[in-house]
Design a binder for this molecule. Sequence first.
Ligand SMILES: [Zn+2]
Length: 229
Amino acid sequence: MIAKKFLSTAAEAVIDFLFAPRCSVCDAYIENRRDMFCPRCRETIIAVEPAPEIPSALSSVWRITRYREGSREMLRALKFNDGRRADEIAQLNAIRRILELTNDRRLNDLIERSDFAVPVPLHANRQSERGFNQVELIFNDWLNERGLTINSVLRRVKDTKHLFDLNREERRAVIDGAFDIVEGASIDGKTLLLLDDIFTTGATMGECARVLRANGAAEVNGLVLAADF
Ligand SMILES: [Zn+2]
């Protein structure tokens, strides 16, 4: 009897420890599971700002969060899929919650005057390996609610490795000629919102925007979940 009582108490403690709601950014305990963030992180994580320096083919690039002080761990769980599906879903939900909490007039204006959104594409090899393009998963519902659809008119024709370890010049060389327009896509005269998860040097977004403009897009603006600038 005592042993059974002890076991059930121990089990409860383990369950409490494992499933107590915690902040998705800093891991602090939170009162309400639905909040997903502690009050402090909720205050600071959304930091909508335009990038001060952008490649010439882009008219603007907007970030929603700071990368290092906020969304880094969440994005890493999605980007480097290690097969832990539950983690991925939790992190994706946290990211979607950030978007739900984001209501910035400047972003709303940009979304309203865009014709459609275009995700930076993965190479077909990597997409089939991972099963999804995380950029679409992140933004799709949020943009749809605001009346903007995602249209994957870009494709990656060169399978590039992760660019994290490369400097600005190396990135540019690797990314050159990596993208093309999907056959039959109609972008002539359109205002496009280019989507990516992380913005660092802007080499990837710049090359995507260059290809879109070269194929007739009137204007390309960028929207990224996270950037440090
Ligand atoms: Zn927190």
